[in-house]
Design a protein around this ligand. Structure first.
Ligand SMILES: NC(=O)c1ccc[n+]([C@@H]2O[C@H](COP(=O)([O-])OP(=O)(O)OC[C@H]3O[C@@H](n4cnc5c(N)ncnc54)[C@H](O)[C@@H]3O)[C@@H](O)[C@H]2O)c1
Length: 254
């Protein structure tokens, strides 16, 4: 049976690790050709190789999503390689320094988190959308977070960046709805990835605290987020746009 994205071309940022790596593989399983982007070259080449070993097509393009020139070159290379762009998962992100109250937030860390998590998503859409218009339509999924829906203490830069991604997603969805481009966001809860490893510092107690936020009593997997991303990009979600969708084990239902 053909996959739900057979013959499509999908771009994934942050594809070297965690959620992005899982979504790159899920796009491949659904029949899409994958353009994987990240600053981590080793992980990105590994992710693309994994897709080719699974029988799919993939290229890796080293990209810093906070740099306009890099993002333009990424989209140019995607279209140059596969001829079009149909789907994008704008997912690259960092957690920044955690545990700092708003008044003590360092400006440099604020700028870095906003530059990658928020400006990076806008830059990706800025260059992806014209190519999707050229292709006659498309689907974009931005990775926000439950931190894009509610506040969390000690990470004002991250929370502001993810609320910004939700606002950008809604705005772009309205702007391009009549031109066949759907724009949605996923809002993951606590997902077991290297980001959470760093945030918990590998401490069992901190991991328990993170798990304790989850009504389902466990962390989510990157694959559980990836399934939502490919569904949102597929025709099965043809009437879904402008939605920040929690994939969070019930975290924001509290
Ligand atoms: N893990 C979670 O619990 C969780 C929860 C909510 C949202 N998120 C979001 O999911 C996304 C993916 O996170 P993850 O958990 O898979 O983390 P991760 O650290 O495993 O992966 C993030 C990837 O982004 C890449 N990256 C970082 N800066 C970049 C840049 N400037 N340009 C290009 N690539 C860059 C990293 O190299 C890495 O491969 C992030 O946007 C994160 O904020 C994660």
């Amino acid at each position: 049976m053909a996959g739900s994205l057979q013959g499509k071309v999908a771009l994934v940022t942050g594809a070297s690790s965690g959620i992005g790596r899982a979504s790159a593989l899920a796009f491949c399983r659904e029949g899409a050709k994958v353009v994987a982007a990240d600053v981590d070259v080793e992980g990105g080449e590994e992710a693309a190789e994994g897709i080719r070993e699974a029988g799919g097509e993939a290229v890796f393009v080293r990209t810093d999503v906070s740099r306009p020139g890099d993002v333009k070159a990424l989209v140019d290379q995607a279209v140059g390689t596969y001829g079009r762009l149909d789907c994008a998962h704008n997912n690259a992100g960092i957690e920044g320094v955690m545990g700092t109250p708003t008044a003590d937030q360092a400006e440099e860390d604020w700028d870095r988190v906003i530059g990658i998590n928020l400006k990076g998503v806008w830059l990706c859409m800025k260059y992806e959308i014209p190519q999707m218009l050229e292709a006659g339509g498309g689907a974009i999924v931005n990775t926000a977070s439950v931190a894009g829906l509610v506040g969390f203490e000690g990470i004002c830069h991250y929370v502001a960046s993810k609320h910004g991604v939700v606002g950008l997603t809604r705005t772009a969805a309205l702007e391009y709805a009549r031109q066949g481009i759907r724009v949605n966001a996923v809002c993951p809860g606590v997902i077991w990835t290297p980001m959470v490893d760093r945030a918990t510092g590998g401490s069992a107690e901190a991991q328990e605290q993170f798990t304790g936020m989850e009504p389902v009593g466990r962390m989510g997997t990157p694959e559980e987020v990836a399934e939502t991303v490919v569904w949102l990009c597929s025709d099965a979600a043809s009437f879904v746009t402008g939605v920040p969708m929690p994939v969070d084990g019930g975290l924001v239902a509290r």
